[in-house]
Write a protein of this length. Structure first.
Length: 369
């Protein structure tokens, strides 16, 4: 009897080729499109209808069953409210990581198991390896597309039931397979942006849900250099959109910190300004892929944002359960709210939400209140 796989189909080429590969491997494949956002919302228009239609056409081409499932309430409760709360705290969250933790490898998994699925599958560029009854998350073969960063907070239950059909392939191979088999999505471009925002103006979207209040923009030496449009619109290390061209030495300005109580945005001039660099961070709510804490101190590498090069670090656990992650060398623009993801070579160990950073120069500690 064939094993049943419930595949998350997004309407993109990766999940389309995943369906193809699973069918060729002899699985009974059921395509399931997740509707996570109300496309009819005046401020949250997504391409859900178009994407669902594309996924349905591919499923029809391959002769597999196809359904849609509505996870709007779960997404709002578990991901979007988290997203808004983090911005209210002055942080920059990563909703894609939380979506994987709470929806794709939680709510979706539970739903699939109720449909008697043996496995779920997703079109992520990542790999799962089983050793002695434990399931390890590995980087995708295509290092430019590796998505293990976004999967760093899922656990053993999910990994034991998950297949990543394209994880061992490079993107160009996926495109080639789609074209060779005439899949409807073969030439569809990759989506960008967060699902509920899509490719629309991010600042305008935030303004619809959060109150943005103008305030003073100060250089890190305390001098006023301008006015900001609302702290929610800025993230540490940001260069574009600050509006300070021609001021000072002529070098570019970067966001260096925020003071929520006083509604002040701090900026520093010059890409190598010490106020932009930190030497360590505190990570809260750590999640380990193996669901067991590694021996400490832990020497490994870390990424503090997607596509960042690996940074050698030393990790220790504090008495309150938070992680202290010290970098081997100062790193620019490590941002509270983002995820510190830890690796041991090709193996993703887990991830922790960045709570605070320790500045390279202690006189700038006030920037990280």
């Amino acid at each position: 009897m064939k094993k049943r796989v419930i595949l998350g189909m997004s309407g993109g080429v990766d999940s389309s080729v995943s369906a193809l590969l699973l069918k060729e491997a002899g699985y009974e494949v059921v395509g399931l499109f997740m509707k996570n956002w109300d496309e009819k919302d005046e401020y949250g228009v997504c391409t859900a209808t178009e994407d669902s239609d594309d996924a349905r056409k591919v499923a029809h081409q391959l002769g597999i069953a196809y359904y849609t499932i509505n996870f709007e309430k779960q997404y709002w409760d578990r991901v979007f409210t988290y997203f808004l709360d983090e911005y209210k705290k002055g942080r920059t969250p990563n909703p894609d990581v939380m979506c994987n933790q709470e929806i794709k490898f939680n709510a979706f998994l539970d739903y699939a198991l109720k449909l008697d699925a043996d496995y779920i599958a997703m079109g992520h560029y990542a790999q799962v390896e089983e050793k002695n009854g434990k399931y390890y998350l590995l980087r995708g073969e295509d290092k430019n597309k590796d998505q293990s960063y976004f999967l760093s907070r899922i656990g053993q239950k999910a990994l034991s039931k998950t297949i990543f059909p394209v994880g061992h392939l490079e993107k160009k191979q996926v495109r080639k397979l789609a074209e060779e088999h005439g899949l409807y999505t073969a030439k569809k471009r990759d989506s960008t942006g967060i699902c509920f925002i899509g490719e629309r103006n991010f600042d305008e979207f935030l303004d619809k849900y959060l109150l943005a209040k103008q305030g003073d923009m100060l250089a890190v030496d305390g001098n006023k250099v301008g006015t900001h449009s609302g702290l929610i619109h800025y993230t540490l290390g940001q260069r574009k959109g600050i509006g300070l061209g021609g001021i000072g030495t002529g070098e570019p300005w970067f966001v260096a910190g925020k003071d929520l109580e006083k509604n002040i945005l701090y900026v520093a001039q010059g890409k190598k300004h010490p106020a932009l660099y930190s030497t360590s961070l505190i990570g809260e709510s750590p999640k380990w892929i193996l669901e067991e804490t590694p021996n400490m101190p832990l020497k490994c590498t870390a990424k503090f944002r997607y596509r960042q090069s690996d940074i050698p670090v030393t990790v220790n656990i504090l008495d309150n359960g938070n992680l202290h992650i010290k970098y081997d060398y100062p790193v620019k623009a490590v941002t509270p709210g983002q995820v510190a993801v830890l690796y041991q070579d090709e193996v993703c160990l887990g991830g922790s939400i960045i709570k605070s950073i320790e500045p390279l120069d202690k006189k700038y500690s006030y920037l990280n209140q």
